[in-house]
Design a protein around this ligand. Structure first.
Ligand code: CTP
Length: 477
């Protein structure tokens, strides 16, 4: 194996190496090692980029549309080109670099001339562990990577802070400095984190530019409302916090989730019902609604158009789901019928079987006659009603069976009685902790099969994901 003595290299080469090493915060020996490592890893002699070597060839043709999720296709760690514009929020971008790097994202930075009035290239490069680029016409920057490679050799470009000026340049296709030239040449998604005075943000010119950039497919995070750096000023214009920008960046970097249920309409019931005794009292049950909500969230994530008819629960609406809130079983049936047609209906609600036949219109008072006797009437069976419709029946109807004994036998009888296609049976006896808890042990029964599929004990989210996967197979089939 040959050895190499840096001291013996020609002077011009050594000077160039020293400069590169200083820029990268490394010793000259480490710089040489890093150049060699990169060259071997790239397996391409053009990428050696040794001082004095010919500049590497670059593909200067920008792709017309930004590839949406290139990190997945690159196979390696995600790479972000961060453009730091000139604004007081630039100091937050130093933290943004750290947060991205903590998550394994490689960050290359461009600092605009105005940005360099607020933070220094040295602090940027020290945090990014990579040189900070500043000048379009710096021959050394162009030699190292060039603005076309800054624009193309990454999975995402983030502009933070995105000033009114930078956005105006982008909206109009200007390219008179390294940042704007890189953005114009970008073939990857661009995420903008605007930061400016509220009056600038609400100016019609900025609004026009934001609308143009949105139409061009650029992504935005923020700006937030709050106090401005200028004393006594508040409004919309604060840059999003670094972790908010990180979350937005990571979601753009994530590979696209499979959407096997795209184009499928799914109707779901969840939660308990409340059956009034009088205006202040009601009969309820212990259902938390967690399982139905988890199914709604999983189905929406799989691309379905989901409507969730929910009894009273203390849960937030799942993302991307249209939620209709109801109280009683009769309200729930009416809401379900109003939402038909659907391709799949899943009845996960714990509907009260009975309601008080004559609920008081006024609060029931204590009387000398003693406690009242409540007479009950049977509630409509929503699952059976929908399963047995002669017209407009969803092609796949799924019920749940909450049992405390003889689980499979009772579930099999229930499947038949109700007329649904599938039944998800679970043991809800108090010892299982299923009611209100986060875990569930379920068994899947199907109308056209005697087999019972027993799933291992799972979190309710996993039960939801597994059921949604089964539904996707059935819909596809
Ligand atoms: N269900 C319904 N409407 C009702 C009662 C139940 O839609 N009035 C649905 C539930 O959402 C669930 C299935 O029917 O999908 C079974 O509910 P469960 O409470 O287990 O059964 P019940 O029909 O109430 O029968 P039983 O109380 O005798 O077990």
């Amino acid at each position: 194996m040959a050895s190499l003595t840096v001291r013996k290299l020609e002077e011009a080469l050594k000077a160039e190496l020293r400069l590169r090493a200083a820029r990268h915060g490394r010793s000259v020996e480490d710089e040489v090692r890093s150049i060699l490592r990169d060259a071997v890893a790239a397996g391409d002699s053009h990428d050696v980029s040794a001082p004095g070597a010919a500049p590497p060839p670059v593909d200067a043709t920008p792709s017309p549309t930004a590839a949406p999720h290139p990190a997945a296709s690159s196979g390696g760690s995600a790479r972000v080109t961060l453009i730091i514009g000139g604004g007081i929020a630039a100091y937050k971008s130093l933290d943004l670099i750290r947060r991205l790097k903590e998550r394994g994202v490689a960050v290359r930075c461009i600092l605009t001339r105005a940005g360099a009035e607020f933070i220094t290239p040295l602090s940027v490069s020290a945090l990014a562990h990579a040189p900070c680029f500043t000048d379009l016409f710096d021959p050394r920057s162009e030699f190292d990577v060039g603005h076309i490679r800054l624009a193309r050799d990454c999975d995402l470009l983030v502009v933070a802070p995105a000033t009114a000026d930078l956005m105006a340049k982008m909206a109009n296709g200007l390219a008179d400095d390294l940042a704007s030239a890189t953005l114009l040449a970008a073939g990857r998604p661009i995420l903008l984190a605007p930061a400016m005075n509220p009056l600038m943000w609400s100016n019609p010119a900025t609004k026009r530019n934001v609308a143009r950039l949105t139409a061009d497919g650029r992504h935005f995070v923020g700006p937030n409302r709050g106090e401005m750096a200028e004393a006594g000023e508040a409004g919309t214009g604060r840059m999003a916090e670094p972790l908010e920008i990180v979350a937005a960046a990571l979601s753009l970097l994530a590979p696209p989730a499979p959407r096997p249920l795209a184009g499928t309409r799914i109707l779901i019931t969840a939660g308990p019902t409340h059956e009034p005794i009088d205006p202040v009292r009601y009969i309820a049950n212990r259902s938390s609604g967690k399982q139905g909500y988890a199914i709604a969230a999983a189905a929406a994530a799989a691309g379905a158009a989901v409507t969730l008819v929910s009894g009273p629960v203390a849960l937030a609406d799942p993302a991307g789901v249209s939620v209709i809130r109801v109280e009683s079983a009769r309200d729930m049936l009416a809401a379900v019928e109003a939402q038909l047609p659907a391709d799949v209906a899943i009845f996960a609600a714990a509907v009260a079987d009975w309601r008080v036949a004559q609920a008081g219109t006024q609060k029931l008072k204590k009387t000398a006659a003693g406690p009242p006797t409540l007479a009950f009437a049977e509630n409509p069976d929503i699952l059976a009603t929908i399963s047995q419709r002669t017209s407009g029946r969803p092609p796949l109807v799924i019920g749940f069976a909450a049992e405390t004994e003889h689980l499979i036998d009772n579930a099999r009888a229930k499947l038949k009685r109700k007329g649904c296609d599938w039944l998800v049976a679970n043991d809800v006896s108090p010892a299982t902790g299923v009611m209100g808890g986060d875990r569930n042990t379920v068994h899947l029964l199907k109308r056209d099969s005697d087999a019972v599929e027993s799933w291992p004990v799972m979190g309710k989210d996993e039960v939801a994901a597994t059921l949604v996967a089964r539904i996707a197979e059935a819909v596809k089939g």
